[in-house]
Design a protein around this ligand. Structure first.
Ligand code: PLP
Length: 400
């Protein structure tokens, strides 16, 4: 039976058309983009074309606003570190409690090692940002506000355009980690106040280890990776041309399939979600149901462990992902679900299904065939399970 891959927020399959576009740049066109001779110029043109493909997907005004990086993590780090250098007299960061570790662990590090003050803005039970708290945290000390466009676990979307305007009112820069949003929802950056944006190739059917940082024209920028003059002195290191070409092609394909994403893919996601809610008791969808990425659903099943569900689904050839992370031997719910105050008994059993344009109705049918039995089996083994609609037995650890 064909495996069912519903973990596209973790990574996507590289589109064969993308692979095709990359291949000549390993062999025929192997030149260094910075070289003056013909080998270099052929390659330089391809890098420029990729920059324009990303500019077009983002709705940015100029292609040189796009800097190629090694991925989402580097782009996030580069944005924050640059802001702290260029925004003189400002040494605070405003962010949310539900960012990816690419933001949160850098913030922690800066707090510990440089005394940077970090404001982590809470979210409500749907994962929506407390805008008043965000507004209050911004001040003349804020160097940068950084809030993700879409949450990787729940798909909840953040009002980044408004958040950018509020940051500007305080004289701060605004960055968004849009790694999960780019290619899934339309955007026109030229019409927003967003100063910087991170994206990653492998989330949109492009290669791994390549990404980009959009830096709006006129924003002062200091490089994170220092060395040669590549990327107009903003990111040193010989360009990874095949990956850059692949990322450009992936961006072009994402733009072409945007309609499919927001209609057909969303309909698949919605059918799966409705089917689960109907066929399995004592479960609910986490995140903001009305304001989410079209491809993501995160369902919390009471009184069982996400890891158990994943293992049993995996045996059936179905790949999804859980909201728990194995830390020091204990399975703790993710920081995102904890920030949303999802009851522990349910957060433990949260599963994320994330679709892409490569999924079809047969994938939804298969999960709906298999999942109710998996949940019933696991609950039959759970000492905490009392039956649908019954409160769980004593299983009441508190969040640290
Ligand atoms: N930001 C978000 C929201 C992500 O989901 C991810 C990847 O999971 C990253 C950043 C990191 O991107 P990369 O894997 O390209 O470093």
């Amino acid at each position: 039976m064909r495996p069912v891959y519903l973990d596209n927020n973790a990574t996507t399959r590289v589109d064969p058309v993308v692979v095709e576009s990359m291949l000549p740049f390993f062999t025929e066109h192997f030149g260094n983009a910075s070289s003056m001779h013909a080998f270099g110029s052929a390659v330089g043109g391809a890098v420029k074309a990729a920059r324009q493909q990303i500019q077009s997907l983002l709705g940015a005004e100029f292609d040189h606003e796009v800097i190629f990086t090694s991925g989402g993590t580097e782009s996030d780090n580069a944005a924050i570190l640059s802001a702290l250098e260029t925004q003189s007299g400002r040494d605070e960061i405003v962010t949310s409690m539900v960012e990816h570790p690419a933001i949160l662990s850098l913030c922690e590090h800066l707090e510990r090692t440089r005394g940077v003050r970090v404001h982590r803005i809470p979210v409500d039970s749907r994962g929506c940002l407390d805008i008043d708290a965000y507004r209050r945290a911004l001040s003349g000390r804020t160097a940068i506000a950084t809030v993700m466009w879409a949450n990787n676990e729940t798909g909840t979307l953040f009002p980044v355009e408004t958040l950018a305007e509020l940051a500007h009112e305080a004289g701060a820069l605004f960055h968004t980690d849009a790694v999960q949003a780019v290619g899934k929802i339309p955007m026109t950056l030229a019409e927003t106040d967003i100063d910087m944006l991170s994206l990653s190739g492998h989330k949109l059917h492009g290669p791994k280890g390549v990404g980009a940082l959009y830096v709006r024209r006129g924003i002062r920028f200091r490089p994170f990776v220092r060395g040669g003059h590549q990327e107009r002195g903003r990111r040193a290191g010989t360009e990874n041309v095949p990956a850059i070409v692949g990322l450009g092609k992936a961006a072009e394909l994402a733009a072409l399939s945007m309609n499919d994403e927001v209609t057909r893919v969303k309909a698949l996601r919605d059918r799966l979600e409705a089917g689960i809610l109907q066929s399995v008791g004592s479960c609910f969808v986490t995140g903001d149901a009305d304001n989410r990425l079209p491809n993501t659903t995160n369902v919390a099943f009471e009184c069982i462990e996400g890891e158990g569900i994943l293992l049993m689904l995996n045996k059936e050839g179905i790949a999804a992902s859980s909201g728990s992370a194995c830390t020091s031997g204990s399975l703790e719910p993710s920081h995102v679900l904890r920030a949303m105050n999802i009851p522990y008994t349910a957060a433990h059993g949260a599963i994320r299904f994330s679709f892409s344009r490569e999924n079809g109705p047969e994938d939804v049918d298969r999960v709906l065939d298999v999942l109710p039995g998996v949940i019933a089996n696991l609950r039959a083994m759970s000492p905490f399970w009392q039956g649908d609609g019954q409160p769980p037995t004593a299983f009441n650890p508190t969040y640290a």
